[in-house]
Design a protein around this ligand. Structure first.
Ligand code: FAD
Length: 230
């Protein structure tokens, strides 16, 4: 899996502070922009986050380029509706001799399971190729492709949606692949916006307590440490 931050709102925290201050100020926007320049944003942003005035976070967006995730995971990702997506098409992009795929560790570490998995993938690859070779359009040949098939996707989310996404998908309840991807996205976003994302992560990190009830992993201290060190 490869996750890169392709682009982001310049000075995301300044933009959010400016938007929030505007709500409570009689200054015009130019004056306000000068006033917030060079300020330390920690205290003010902390207050905004605690108050739940989260709409101002929507002014900062982050665009990620993600490669080598499975179609199973991209399907989970695109369930998040407050985001923009562009995904490599299986209709317009014909795979060559082989398509890339993701093998879960539970399968990779079990010799029998791995053998069966690889055999099945090879058989699918050969069926796909045969269909394409006899003139079946890629958009129809793809019906034989598995959830394991790797994909590429560009995702843009604003900071408010990212916090929500990290809450759900950095949690141990989420599947390992999307969890890994979400943690990489969080690490990149935090480098550009350390205050907003300082406490981002699952409930045990962002809210200080597990929000998963009976589904808790029961390891909040370990998870908090993981996200502290991210
Ligand atoms: C551990 C886990 C297990 C899951 N298992 C399943 C499963 O078995 N089956 C399944 O189908 N899905 C499953 N999902 C997906 C889940 O149901 C959501 O579709 C997905 O997490 C997107 O979350 P969301 O709807 O909160 O957020 P987003 O789509 O990211 O939206 C963010 C927020 O905006 C608001 N919002 C967005 N759209 C609307 C709307 N139309 N109306 C009102 N408010 C809106 C909501 O407050 C929402 O929380 C699972 C998710 C997780 C994390």
């Amino acid at each position: 899996m490869n996750v890169n931050l392709l682009n982001f709102t310049p000075e995301p925290e300044k933009t959010i502070v400016l938007a929030a201050k505007l709500c409570y100020s009689d200054s015009n926007i130019g004056e306000l922009e000068n006033k917030v320049k060079g300020l330390s944003y920690d205290k003010f942003l902390g207050k905004i986050l605690n108050m739940g005035h989260l709409s101002v976070l929507e002014h900062a967006s982050f665009t990620f380029g993600i490669e080598g995730i499975s179609r199973a995971t991209s399907h989970q990702l695109v369930r998040h509706r407050l985001a923009s997506y562009s995904q490599q098409s299986q209709r317009y992009v014909k795979f060559g001799k082989e398509f890339e795929y993701v093998m879960p560790e539970t399968i990779a570490s079990n010799a029998d399971a791995k053998k069966d998995f690889v055999k099945t993938i090879k058989s699918i690859q050969s069926a796909y190729k045969k269909l394409v070779d006899i003139g079946i359009p890629a958009e129809d040949a793809r019906y034989v492709l598995p959830n394991a098939a790797a994909t590429k996707i560009i995702v843009t989310m604003n900071a408010r949606e990212l916090l929500h996404f990290f809450h759900l998908r950095c949690c141990e309840r989420a599947q390992w692949e999307i969890r890994d991807m979400a943690a990489r996205m969080l690490k990149l976003a935090r480098q550009k916006s350390p205050i907003i994302f300082s406490k981002a992560g699952p409930g045990c990190v962002s809210k200080g307590r597990c929000t998963e009830g009976e589904m808790t992993c029961g390891r909040p201290d370990e998870i908090r440490e993981k996200f502290r060190k991210l």
